[in-house]
Ligand binder design. Structure first.
Ligand SMILES: Cc1cc2nc3c(=O)[nH]c(=O)nc-3n(C[C@H](O)[C@H](O)[C@H](O)COP(=O)(O)OP(=O)(O)OC[C@H]3O[C@@H](n4cnc5c(N)ncnc54)[C@H](O)[C@@H]3O)c2cc1C
Length: 397
């Protein structure tokens, strides 16, 4: 490890890997440090992504466990709503294999010229006159100081780096979904369909997911609001009850705990000498908790903006703000803002209202399905929704 790079990247997830590749492609020196001994493992993710991932990266078929062509939504009272590809705008999605995906993204960065060190943990930030200048790193039994013109914090939901730089990264307890997931095999599922189960009894202020990985195997997991966790009512308790009911013969071959932030993004994602990307910037979707695509997009953008600023000799907060401005005004930024408001409404809904919504949507004529028909039908059968939709109107335009 050199003691100075143009760009130092903390974290070897999708955000860090994309940043490393973008910086190396621009011909600058960079280094990714990853605290775990292996990139991509253990997997802390349900691995689902929408087809729009192809807008951000050329998807290699090796990275995909299964292609998803529909979704099943199960209301608290057991009614089901099947979303076919037409309802979803003919969009399909994928369940990735993140052990392969994350590793190959880092390989791509390494092949472009980025240094990579695993089992190397940033333990504090190096600051000078309020500017971020590098990190103290624990690696190979030694403590080293590594300097950089720009540090990219890509250290995920558990991110500490930005906090060490004086940025408030607190996730309100109620906006941290506490998750547990089993990789299950020998289960009967529709391999082309992901399923979501809603309801206070099933997953209070969250949902249970079944994301198919093919071969009678799936990620079966749950996320519930941190504030709903109590003794005997932890995510694992709900998930075990669900599994016992739906997959009594299934085998659990991996258990994974994790957390997902469903809060607003950080108020500002740059500082002098620092850019924050992906989950570290709180960029996972507030409704679904999905953050892979957002990490890819912001990681690449951060690498490009860092390279530009280094070339121009100005890595101040003002110059790096270009990154913050671009992602906030992007499709992703707008969708995060809208989905936060939608989440705030839906999270408070009692089961009866969820049942009523699912019922009204399930009676829609799929042949004439469009957003206008959906809204008319929703309001006709759920007049209380009108107030909420008016609140959201400016965000839906
Ligand atoms: C249970 C669960 C299910 C999920 N399901 C989905 C899903 O289906 N679809 C989806 O899109 N998203 C999902 N997500 C979210 C998704 O995993 C993240 O949004 C995505 O991984 C973010 O990428 P990232 O690069 O920002 O962070 P990460 O992938 O978390 O990478 C950050 C890396 O930084 C490393 N690191 C942390 N601190 C340090 C340090 N001090 N020094 C060095 N390295 C450090 C970590 O070890 C980690 O490897 C899920 C998350 C969870 C927990």
């Amino acid at each position: 490890m050199q003691n100075k790079y143009d760009v130092l990247i903390i974290g070897g997830g999708p955000g860090g890997a994309m940043a490393g590749k973008a910086v190396a492609d621009a011909g600058l020196s960079c280094c990714i440090i990853e605290k775990r001994p292996a990139i991509g493992a253990p997997v802390r993710c349900a691995e689902g992504v929408g087809s729009e991932i192809s807008d951000y990266i050329d998807l290699d078929p090796k990275w995909v466990s299964s292609t998803i062509e529909g979704a099943l939504l199960v209301a608290p009272d057991g009614q089901t709503l099947e979303l076919n590809p037409k309802m979803a705008g003919n969009e399909v999605g994928y369940v990735l294999d993140r052990k392969i995906f994350d590793r190959e993204l880092v390989w791509n960065a390494a092949n472009a010229g980025c240094d990579v060190f695993v089992k190397s943990r940033a333990s504090s930030a190096i600051m000078k006159d309020g500017k971020v200048c590098g990190a103290v790193i624990e690696t190979g039994g030694k403590t080293v100081e590594v300097y950089a013109d720009v540090v990219i914090a890509a250290d995920g939901v558990e991110s500490k780096f930005a906090r060490w730089c004086g940025i408030d990264t607190t996730v309100p307890f109620a906006e941290l979904e506490t998750c547990v997931q089993y990789l299950m095999t020998d289960i009967d599922i529709d391999s082309g369909q992901n399923a979501f189960y809603l309801g206070r009894e099933v997953a209070p202020e969250g949902y249970i997911w079944i994301f198919s990985k093919g071969n009678r195997t799936a990620n079966v997991g749950i996320g519930i609001s941190g504030k709903m966790c109590k003794e005997g009512k932890r995510p694992k308790d709900y998930l075990d009850a669900f599994v016992a009911k739906h997959f009594p013969q299934g085998k659990i071959i991996e258990l994974m705990p994790g957390g997902v932030s469903v809060c607003k993004p950080l108020a500002c994602t740059v500082a002098d000498g620092l850019i924050i990307v992906g989950d570290a910037a709180r960029l996972s979707d507030p409704i679904t908790g999905g953050g892979i695509i957002n990490a890819i997009y912001t990681g690449k953008l951060a690498g490009e903006v860092a390279a530009e600023c280094i070339a121009s000799g100005d890595c101040s907060k003002k110059a790096l703000m270009k990154y913050d401005t671009i992602w906030r005004s992007s499709k992703m930024g707008k969708s995060l803002a809208r989905n936060y408001q939608v989440k705030e409404i839906f999270i408070k809904l009692e089961d009866e209202k969820l049942n009523s919504i699912v019922k009204s949507v399930s009676t829609l004529d799929m042949e004439t399905f469009d957003t206008k028909h959906l809204l008319i039908k929703l309001v006709k059968y759920n007049p209380w929704l009108l107030k909420e939709i008016v609140t959201l109107k400016h965000l839906l335009e």
